[in-house]
Design a protein around this ligand. Sequence first.
Ligand code: MN
Length: 342
Amino acid sequence: MNRKARVLEAVRASGYDALIAIKPENVFYLTSHYGRGPLLLKEGLCRLYAKPIDFDLAVDEAKGCEVVEVEDAYAELLKDVRGLKACLDVLDQRLLPFIGKGITFDPAPIYSCRKVKEESEVEKVKRAASLLDELFSLAFDVIEVGKTEDEVMAELVKLAVERGSGFSYGPKPFIVASGPASAYPHAFKGRRIGRGEFVIVDVYLKLDGYFADATRTFHTGNLSEEEEDVYYSVLEAQEEAIKEVREGKSCGELDGLARRYLRSKGYEQFFVHALGHGVGLEVHEPPWLRKGSKDVLERGNTITVEPGVYVKGKFGVRIEDTILVWDGAKPLTKFTKEPLIV
Ligand SMILES: [Mn+2]
């Protein structure tokens, strides 16, 4: 079954007649054109409403979809959904007055399709993941005491851009966080790297529209006993969780498993974020590997598994891979996870 038919089936299974897609990732998923919606998908019709500024490119790129040039996309769209029950992928100010009057905010149907990657999509995530492995090799060479985090990042970004990658998350392209800054899961300090420090390198980029996301934690000296204990605890928590990644596994349980492992090591209170997330057209998308998640892994999901321990004022360690869910886990990022002493 082709992609549009599958999405329409999911839309119908949830009790709707039509899907309104506004999110560029969803428009891209349905048309191969990364652009502004809205787009309407219903039986026998896929229509993209393009303003004059977007029209030519949309016509050039959008596949299997009628592109109409409109001044007021939402007025036209509303005419076309009159009398239908439609689900909407993202809450949009202009559609708020119509929520509950035929239009329901419900991104679940399209995500239920997007979660399960087609072969061609898996190939794209794989390519992005290989590039991340290359970036880790480069990081190993360029991380140096006395350089700033941003200088290291610049080298990584240069290679990524040369390979054609795009970025669209966070205030800086990647996370490079050293010493006490590594104790913040999302730090963008740009500080100067010192001797004997952990350096978290969290890289996420997209190639051909698809993200991969991975983290390695380097060190600029010899690990203290405490640092070594934390490092291996995080690594083992990740390995324990990855062992249990397979079709049918509960995402909430996986998160709990990693959390219990870190509890057994005395570090649970320092694991302050979710275990992981789906990765694809967005860097963070369903399924969600977090406390209480009802998501269940399916064959063809691409996810991250990324436990971390953050000791405020001291240091942090995070280890993350992008993984394809099959019978078991197929890691797509493969760079070594032995302690990385630069
Ligand atoms: Mn991640």
